[in-house]
Design a protein around this ligand. Sequence first.
Ligand code: EPZ
Length: 419
Amino acid sequence: MGKYIVQGGNKLSGQIFVSGAKNAVLPILASTVLNSGISILKNVPMLLDTMVAIDILRDLGCDVDYGENTVIVNSKNMNKTTVNQDLVKKMRSSIVFLGAIISRFKEASICYPGGCNLGKRPIDFHLLAFEKMGININEENEIIKASVNNITPTTINLPFASVGATQNIILASIFVNGKVIIKNCAREPEIIDMANFLIKMGANISGAGTDTITITGVDKLKELVEYTIMPDRIEAGTFLCMSAITNGHTKIDGINPQYLTSLIEILESTGCIIHTNKNSINIKAPNVIKPIEFLETKPYPYFPTDLQPQIMSLLAVAKGTSTIKENIFEARNKHIAELNKLGCNILENDNTFIINGVDNLTGTTVFSKDLRGGAGLITAGLFAKGKTVVEGACYINRGYENLDKKLNLLGADIKYIKD
Ligand code: EPZ
């Protein structure tokens, strides 16, 4: 599993560059099966999840080389349409391979990705949309078999702005004979990045980043495409929360501040001074963190659920009581009991969390149960007196590249201990 050992109390200062976005590179790696050719991806974060996606591509028969944050995929010799079950179970976002493989081969099969520590995480929106697109879906013993003669041009009204469903529908529509329109789709920047990659590959997609995306089918894609992955806004937001809790003064480079307006507003309300320019965010933390009366997570451009544990840790040491309502995942709460072991005073009432600020936290051993929950525990450990051991580093390393190196560069005292 691995662990992080944090000696709390150091102020973060200096500057760091964020890595490429995990939640952009995963759907983009799935997209590389579409062109039966070569995709050269730059600024790829070499994360555990990236390696799972590479293993899936190789298992499907693609040739994949990588090094120094560059991944080269040649999907010409892809010879399988069944996604490896063990790998899918490791990473639920592999469900987007379904849409990409159906597009190219008109058939695909994948096991149910299953839930994780955030909740059930069903895929009903994906499958309902596929059925409306004329795709035959058979489910047997947790295996989804999909096949289609030709994708039906149609309009999909998503019941919720699901990121994964939006991505899957786009991927399944690339070669449609006509148009597929997605209404109430996700507007996350990672959707825009995936669409930009596909457009560079020769796809015809408009409206990415708005609540309506139109895919006009094309006959063929370019057999060679090169693309640089966007920066990771959640990693950047995590470092901003870590700077704020340590009374730090840091500059986060390589990030478009527009992707984080909701977080920046909240951090300014806690008393942080924030200056931004085209691709960096400068934060100066206050001596005393002000509480936030009410904050809720919602789809982009509102406050992202992926920063909920991190902002919770900051508010846990504010002067007063804050309230957070988690609207996206029914079980993004496994970090709360662990934070309370450090001395936080956080109460849960369904998916509403009451955070009574405390003056001190004391280091101890805590267990991360999911990626962002683990990041929240490290955030609290940077503040806590003494040593905090965060077990379950394997979860954290799914989404953060060289986290210890970057934090040590900023003056933190953190060690990563492999098992
Ligand atoms: C993506 O997950 C991200 N993962 C998540 O980041 C992120 O938290 C989430 O979007 C929301 O922004 C990747 O991009 C790899 P959803 P995804 O479909 O696509 C329900 C991280 O920490 N739902 O928008 O799975 C679902 O259960 C990860 O980096 C259905 O009910 O999210 C959830 O409650 C965690 N039926 C909500 O919608 C469906 O068919 C949002 O899910 C699909 C989703």
